[in-house]
Design a protein around this ligand. Structure first.
Ligand code: PMV
Length: 330
């Protein structure tokens, strides 16, 4: 039953959500409680090489050149088990994964990691898999990985089954020149990862209200992106981030991801938009780093203000990225 298999390398980009995913209606299948919207980040990516090898008796994993810990290896092995079952192979794989950005700092390394892993693993099996199925399969590794498969501005349809929960592009990467300036408030590995966080989301009394109103925010953010309406975009993106963090802070146990500096930046961003008329808004994932989403022409002015406010601070910068893709072999 083993198919002829080989090796392939794929790259997938991280993504930043404008309407967030938090909480699952089906934990095992990672069917999200609500649909979400994101853009891929061109300059933050994971490059993963997969080699299906009949000489191996277990999957191996290196991350950034070092042997990964057993927790990470097991998560990859579980994902490869799904792919082995789907594509009917019994081979194990050698996986080498490299990020060009720091892991565990609220920048979704699991999204680009599982999108790159799935894309490379399928390509190495010499099998043709549609973009939709790659998104569905990536979702099983990490929910937000579903959104790193298609290019540009993406909607992840919540769906009500394994087959109907996938992401697709609604505007191409070159549709709107947005820039994400990520203010690195902390490089520490986050204490509570998003997988554990999704499990406690429903313990907040605010989660039902957030989920019930998500469709409205999806419609509003999509319209704003399609019409390049920054003012409307900014209002909804900030409100959605605040709503998700309100759920996090009121879950049992509560999750506080913001640091004092995160809040100072959030206040600064609103001031720069209102008083200085800069096109910038903020959004935060499961970590303290602040994603300052700017119109391309205002990004330099925002970076100067971030440095004035925070002093020595690392800022990552990225435009809108393409979808996951297989890299040519040399
Ligand atoms: O895909 P996960 O399990 O890492 O969850 C990501 C959750 C957030 O980043 C906080 C929100 C989102 O929609 O990306």
């Amino acid at each position: 039953m083993t198919k002829v298999a080989g090796s392939a390398t794929a790259r997938a980009h991280s993504n930043i959500a404008f309407v967030k995913y938090w909480g699952n209606r089906d934990q095992g299948l990672r069917l999200p409680a609500n649909a979400s919207i994101s853009m891929n980040l061109a300059d933050l990516h994971t490059t993963t090489a997969v080699e299906w090898n009949s000489g191996l008796d277990a999957d191996t994993l290196t991350i950034n050149g070092a042997i990964a810990n057993e927790t990470a290896r097991m998560r990859v092995e579980n994902h490869l088990d799904t792919l082995r079952a789907r594509f009917e192979t019994d081979r194990f794989a050698r996986v080498d994964s490299r990020n060009n950005f720091p892991m565990g700092t609220g920048i979704a390394s699991s999204a680009s990691a599982f999108a790159a892993l799935t894309t490379a693993a399928c390509a190495a099996l010499n099998t043709t898999v549609s973009e939709r199925e790659l998104s569905i399969l990536s979702r099983l590794g990490s929910g937000s990985a579903a959104r790193s498969i298609p290019p540009g501005f993406v909607e992840w349809h919540a769906g009500d089954s394994h087959e109907t929960s996938y992401a697709e592009t609604f505007a191409p990467a070159d549709h709107w020149k947005l820039v994400d300036l990520i203010a690195i408030v902390s490089r520490e590995h986050k204490r509570i990862g998003s997988s554990a966080g999704h499990e406690t989301a429903s313990s907040s009394i605010f989660q039902p209200a957030r989920v019930a109103s998500a469709a409205e925010r999806i419609a509003s953010v999509k319209t704003a992106i399609v019409g390049r309406d920054f003012e409307s975009f900014a209002e909804t993106v900030e409100a959605d981030s605040n709503l998700m963090h309100a759920v996090m802070m009121t879950s049992k146990p509560p999750l506080f991801y913001w640091e004092p500096l995160s809040l100072a930046i959030m206040e600064g961003v609103r001031r720069w938009r209102q008083d200085d008329k800069l096109m910038v808004c903020y959004t935060l994932d499961a970590g303290p780093n602040v994603h300052c989403i700017c119109a391309d022409g205002d990004a330099d002015a925002v970076a100067i203000r971030l440095r004035d406010l925070c002093g020595e601070i690392d800022i990552l910068r990225s435009g809108v990225g393409r979808g996951a893709h297989v890299l040519p072999t040399d």
